[in-house]
Design a protein around this ligand. Sequence first.
Ligand code: SF4
Length: 216
Amino acid sequence: MGSDLSKKRKIECALTAYKRLDEYYPDATCSLDLDDPYFFLVRAILSAQCTDLRVNKTVTELKTFVNGPEDVLSMGEERLSEIIRPCGLYKAKAKNIIGTTSIFVNKWNKTIPQNIDDILCCPGIGRKIANLLLGELYSIPALVVDTHFKRVAGRLGLTSSSDPTKIEKDVCAVTDPSMWIRMGHLFVAFGRDICDARNPRCEECPLNDICKGRIR
Ligand code: SF4
């Protein structure tokens, strides 16, 4: 893979990938619905190991029973877990949603903080979700490292790590903060479309010439 790339090469590679994918996927954006900050937070928690499509559908269903965070707290963990069951890991997710909702209402006065350390205090929320919230809600530069980003960044040689926190650090070190939010969207779109986990379409890949991990 590309762990041997110099920092200068990584900077060039990241910028080239960004520019080409920006043209290739002009409409790339976050595919979780962003109707209001609270329900976006709920969607972010539900998104672990679940498709964004299913998450959006499930939250639409949830909203037929609740109007906001107080209703979710009144509903309780058991009933909530039944509704979010299609998203998988539903018991843990219900527990985390209730715990986070309680913080949202009682500690944050129903406004998601703009700094990562406060957000990370919530149960079930790691850097991926925290960065997603900062970027999508406040346009604060933050890099979301999901499974697609992890794979694409590794194949391009921007990181040699498999640890998301280290990947975030490695990629942030060779990119301008102004690129981070969009780069996340672009790598996800590209990872879903061309740089597939099992069958990457390297022959038709727009990054073929700069990819250290190309298969053919
Ligand atoms: S050349 Fe292949 S492995 Fe490299 S980025 Fe393109 S699709 Fe992915």
